[in-house]
Structures are given as structure tokens and as C-alpha cells.
Design a protein around this ligand. Structure first.
Ligand code: DP6
Length: 363
């Protein structure tokens, strides 16, 4: 354990624990521009990644807590999702609690009720682990702050990101906004493998209010979980090269985010999306997560860009849905294009209009 990890261990656990109540956090999803794909234990990324924090896609979680009345060795919690008791969600949360217990040793002293819901349909193929785990991590940090009001806001958010990472890697990028880097990188001051940090340089006006319209091509359970996908990078023939490429793309995109060069932005972001899928297509076993309509949409975007010189582009996560990215000053022409040309390729014409957001909020 290094010094930074030690800093996140609650040093003094002798607080007056006899408290009860609830905390509610609304935390956003995020979309990576340079992707995280490949990790080591404990949730250490093989390369740095950077994401836009979203706004309309979020999880809302309430954590009710009460000091246990009787001695008991394990974690005690119930989970409700969209109003229904969900025992099938418990193992994932139990694993998360086990991983973070060392840093928040009061967890076993309370009984919890977790009540959660997403702003997007559960079956939409949009990963809810980022917003779900970050919401829970923030609720846990609110309890820590209640026990120990001395902690600074900087420590609060850093540790929330640190804990969220132990739940799901990309969740550490769902605490703050608007652009978050996770993973050590020599050109990003303050970057860390242990938590996400705000992009530390001035972001060009071109990226203000950037849009992300998510086209739901395939609503359903993911074919390959990201946990399995990350593992496949361990023996992947192109892994080393991929991690180098991603870190180089972080250097390139850092410049672009400062200078506002949208053509260069598009080249990096689309290449990242296709490289991510190329990794899945060349692993053992191999996966093809794009659907025919994913490719139709990509080709339509390329045709439209060639014809209009628009700065529209796409990115993908580990699935068939397409994230259509475009600047604020093109929203009318791109929205018209999406409605007239692209939504026909979505399942039941479903899509979600989102944009770059400012991070989690306590309610
Ligand atoms: C393709 O964060 O979901 O979305 O750490 O195993 O929970 P775990 O994986 P997860 O992986 C996200 C992968 C990605 C790319 C990205 O968001 O950077």
C-alpha cells in the first residue's frame, strides 16, 4: 500500500457512532473519449483514460443508515431498485463493501437500506455501474463526513472517487465534471491510478455544452461484461501496443482540449472507439459487439460530415449503442440529421439527448 492509499484509511474510528438518517446523491454517467480497457488488481488501469461527465443519464441513490442494535459480523444491507427489492444486486455491493471496508471501517457497524433508480431505462444497454457505484461511494462518504466533519471538500471528493474506483473503474470518473482523467500520465498534473481528477488545464470554448446523443441500437443485457473484457487484455497479443496508444492519445487530446481543434478531436475519439472494439474482436475468445445498425449509423455520420463539414463524430462503449458527439453551435443541424436519418436504426427509435455535465449533486 502506498502513501496515498494510506491517507484514505480512516485513522481514528472512535467517533460517536450513534447516528441514523439518510443521504441522497444524484451521480452522472460518463462517456470515455480515451478508453480504459485492461486493468490490474486492485482496479489499477493499464492506461490513462479521459471522459466527459454526462448530465441527463444519472443514478439517484438514497442510503439509509442506522447503528446496528446487535453485534453481528457481516455487512447488513437491503437493496431496492426502482421501488423493488433486488437481492440479485447484493453480491456486487457486498464485493464493493469488502473492497472498501479497510478505508471506511465503520461500514459493519451500521445497517443500511439502499434505494436506487436510474434516469435511463435499466435495459438500455447504458452501463449503470459508473453512476451506480459513484452514488453509493458518495453516500458512504457523507456518513464519513457526518462522523468526522473536519474532512476537507478536496479529501471528500478524492476519497469518493477512490472508493468508487474499487466498485467499478469508470465510476471514479463519475464524481466531478466536466472532463475527468483517471490513470497516471506524465502530462496531466495530479493524475493518479487511484482516483479521477478534473482535467487540470483550461478547456477551449468549443467544448462548452458539448452534446452526446445516445442512440440505443441494442437495448438489452451486454454480451460481455466489462469485468470479463478487461481480463481478456491480460493475454491479448496487442495489449502492450494498445496501452501505449491510449497514453499517446491522452497527450494528443490534452492539447486538443486546450486548443479547440475539433477535426483532431474527431480523429482521436473515433479511433479510440474503434480501437476498443478492435481489442474485443482480436481477444480470445473474440467478441463482436457492434450490430449492423451500429455500422449503418457510423457510415451515415461519415457521409454527413463529408457533405456538410460538420464536427459531428461518434464514440462507442462496450456495446452496440452509438454516442453521437457534437458542439453546441451545431445542435440544430445535427439534431435534425439525427431525427431524419439516424433514429430509424435505433431499437424502437429510442435515443437519449445528453450533454456534458458538472458532476454529482447531493440532494
Ligand atoms: C468500455 O469501468 O465498467 O466503458 O472496472 O470492471 O467495473 P470495471 O469496468 P468498467 O469498464 C469501462 C469500460 C469502457 C471504457 C471506459 O469507460 O473507459
Amino acid at each position: 500500500m502506498n502513501l496515498i492509499e494510506e491517507k484514505f484509511i480512516l485513522q481514528n474510528n472512535n467517533f460517536d457512532k450513534n447516528i441514523e438518517g439518510s443521504f441522497t446523491w444524484r451521480t452522472p454517467s460518463n462517456i470515455a473519449l480515451v478508453k480504459y480497457w485492461g486493468k490490474q488488481e486492485p482496479q489499477i488501469p493499464e492506461n490513462a483514460s479521459i471522459s466527459f461527465t454526462l448530465d441527463a443519464c444519472f443514478t439517484l441513490t438514497t442510503l439509509e443508515y442506522k447503528l446496528k442494535e446487535h453485534e453481528e459480523s457481516g455487512f447488513n444491507f437491503e437493496v431496492f431498485f426502482e421501488g423493488e427489492k433486488k437481492d440479485e444486486f447484493k453480491p456486487k455491493i457486498e464485493t464493493f463493501f469488502k473492497r472498501i471496508e479497510h478505508y471506511v471501517p465503520f461500514l459493519k457497524e451500521y445497517e443500511f437500506v439502499i434505494k436506487s433508480r436510474n434516469s435511463f431505462p435499466h435495459s438500455s444497454g447504458i452501463a449503470s455501474s459508473a453512476s451506480g457505484m459513484s452514488a453509493l461511494a458518495l453516500c458512504v462518504m457523507s456518513i464519513e463526513k457526518k462522523l468526522n466533519p473536519e474532512i476537507t471538500s478536496d479529501y471528500f471528493y478524492k476519497k469518493a472517487s477512490f472508493l468508487a474506483r474499487l466498485g467499478s473503474g469508470s465510476a471514479c470518473r463519475s464524481i466531478e465534471g466536466a472532463l475527468i482523467v483517471w490513470g497516471n500520465h506524465s502530462e496531466i498534473v495530479g493524475s493518479s491510478n487511484l482516483f479521477g481528477v478534473k482535467f487540470p488545464y483550461k478547456i477551449h470554448e468549443n467544448f462548452k455544452n458539448y452534446h452526446d446523443t445516445i442512440l440505443l441500437v441494442d437495448e438489452g443485457e451486454k454480451q460481455v461484461s466489462s469485468t470479463v473484457g478487461h481480463k481478456l487484455m491480460h493475454k491479448h497479443p496487442f495489449a502492450k501496443q494498445r496501452f501505449l496508444q491510449a497514453n499517446e492519445n491522452i497527450s494528443k487530446i490534452a492539447e486538443v482540449l486546450k486548443n479547440g481543434n475539433l477535426k483532431e478531436f474527431i480523429a482521436i475519439v473515433e479511433s479510440e472507439a474503434l480501437s476498443l472494439h478492435a481489442m474485443m474482436m482480436t481477444s480470445k475468445p473474440y467478441f463482436l459487439l457492434m450490430k449492423p445498425n451500429t455500422l449503418k449509423i457510423i457510415n451515415k455520420i461519415w457521409e454527413f460530415r463529408a457533405a456538410t463539414n460538420s464536427n459531428i463524430c461518434f464514440t462507442l462503449d462496450a456495446g452496440a449503442n452509438v454516442h453521437v458527439l457534437f458542439p453546441e453551435n451545431e445542435k440544430e443541424i445535427v439534431n435534425n440529421f439525427i431525427i431524419s436519418e439516424l433514429i430509424q436504426y435505433c431499437q424502437e427509435k429510442h435515443y437519449i439527448c445528453d450533454r456534458i455535465g458538472l458532476g454529482a449533486k447531493e440532494l
